[in-house]
Design a protein around this ligand. Sequence first.
Ligand code: CAA
Length: 283
Amino acid sequence: MSINTISVVGAGQMGGGIAQSAALAGCRVLLHDTDDARVSAAVERIGLSLMSGSAKGRYTPEAAATALARIVPCGDLSAAIGADLVIEAATENMAVKKRIFAALDAICAEGTILASNTSSLSVTALASATGRPEQVVGMHFMNPVPVMKLVELVRGLRTSDETFNEAAALAKRMGKTPLEVRDYPGFASNRILMPMINEAVYAVYEGVASAETVDGIMKLGMNHPMGPLALADLIGLDTCLAIMEILHEGFGDSKYRPCPLLRNYVQAGWLGRKSGRGFYEYA
Ligand code: CAA
């Protein structure tokens, strides 16, 4: 099967980045969101990012323009009928994602692969909302998508080898390295990353050190490119909290309890970069 057209469902930070990387890899991209304004904003962001990439000599201005032209804004989910593979990158909520998967299953042609960019929800459960569980797979991209090399490729309980291999081939074509994991809460990436971020929040909560100091320790002492709290702001504190809750519920182990300070920030609407304030303030 050759994948020429992909549909990206959800035009947020992750969906936009996936659309950009797929378009640069030569795919036609049908970019859909329930909110038209989010699609327009994503296309504008992608345009700026492509211009900056070409200015840095990563690709020619012509390649950037061609990639941008490959992205088709779609107001209607039914546009996914033209896709060889769909990547769902909607909000991290099982009920919402299941609704989207059931709708895609009804719309898409028989052979279309349905992938989810979920960062921690069960791919097997999403697959159960469709009549094609063998053709459902997790393609977990990292933020910022155009820069990060990993796609954590999640094999659901019923994912077929053929589906898995197609998704791996697409990830490689997008310049990424797919690494295979089994379908358990948080997979491998967030099972390891989120408890570290949560522990960094505990260190601030318990007065061990300030956010700046905690981040400085991890950057200077462990050579992390950014500190865990700055990274949490980049990911979104609401997303971090949601993933901790999935780990806590999924394993029933108190070591995954979310820090009350993280919960407070989310309740205050301090969600990180996207809201202008998290552990740091953003202009
Ligand atoms: N889109 C495109 N390019 C971007 C970008 C974006 N959003 N953000 C940064 N870049 C590019 C810059 O243009 C720059 O390119 P050049 O080297 O060609 O100039 C390069 O990345 C480095 O950027 P900066 O110089 O601005 O800043 P930096 O060196 O501090 O790098 C960073 C920024 C790439 C984000 C780096 O700090 C980093 O790797 N941080 C860790 C990110 C990480 O851990 N991501 C995973 C999050 S977890 C996740 O996503 C999974 C989940 O489920 C929650």
